[in-house]
Write a protein that binds this ligand. Sequence first.
Ligand code: PMP
Length: 374
Amino acid sequence: MAEDSRVLDARYYMPAFSRTMKIVRGAGSRVWDDRGREYIDCVAGIAVCSTGHCHPKVVEAICGQAKELIHCSNLYYIPNQAELAEKLVGITGLSKAFFSNSGAEANDGAMKLARVRTGRKKFAAFAHGFHGRTCGSLAVTHKPAIREPFEPLSTPCTFVDYGDLDGLAAVVDKDTAGVFVEPIQGEAGVIIPPDEFLRGVREICDDAGALMIVDEVQTGMGRTGKWFAFQHSGVTPDIVTIAKGLASGFPIGALVAREGLEFKKSEHGSTFAGGPLACATALATIGVIEEILPDVAWKGERFMKGLAAHNPRGRGLMIGMSVGDRCPEVQQTCAENAVLVNCAADGNLRLIPPLVITDEEIDTAVGVINAALG
Ligand code: PMP
């Protein structure tokens, strides 16, 4: 008999996270563990699945493309890559797209683009912000536990408190290539800034000639009820970065930049990025999100209403609650009662379910979470 995969895991894998259960199957907003237990997955959005697990249209697109062409993208025209770029330009309102394999890599690309087009080297970003774990993106990520072991990082970045526009204005100057900002901080625990915040960041960037780089890796692709969270604010960024929900869990990221901002020959590239299989999956995902996007806002409201006794904050289906030290215990109790939730930083419970979650699933999840919170 094959050895239990946990034994193999302990022997051969380098676990960078503590893991709790073994997930073996998913469909819609549900996942199943190796003992056949079913869960409502309110964590799927962090783990990339906005259209729900194994959405039939997404699976069909993967299978169809896999039979046609699996290739790498740098040397040839790939028809569905151009089609995906057109879609991303359409939904962001920007000008041109460039592909990557992950969110961190999309942010690395944005850093390179900002540096090479402005001729400047410095960045500014926000306390508790998260932009990835590659050596590039880590430089604009603030989370001390993942950053400090690798300091000094080669790209200079100054951090200011999230929401503090005076603090930002004081550090952004003629040497600043760009400002990285999450429109809602995800890993920090679903922190929603004041309405005028992104407008203020835009003005500060304009005054200094720095680029405004909005990281929509967690908030994008319909999560907050619009395609992108920046679209609630009325500003247009210079660069938007996207990953997670872009292809329902298939690895692909992208940066989309405003007119006049693009890489020149040989300035950037990656073998697998924007390959036809990833692009087919992303295009099918966008098709599904187009259908369900109008429902995201009211589904979020239903969730928030159900949890009202615990002061939830959120936008669309991205919801957080300050729970404090009890967070891991609440997470565990919810899992025992067949609902997966997640503890983000600082005792914040995070709910980020698939956008296809049904009313009934929302009500069940709300009941379990309320009971766990007491
Ligand atoms: N930016 C944000 C806002 C994120 O939440 C994450 C992932 N948690 C990343 C970037 C990094 O994405 P990836 O894990 O795909 O590199």
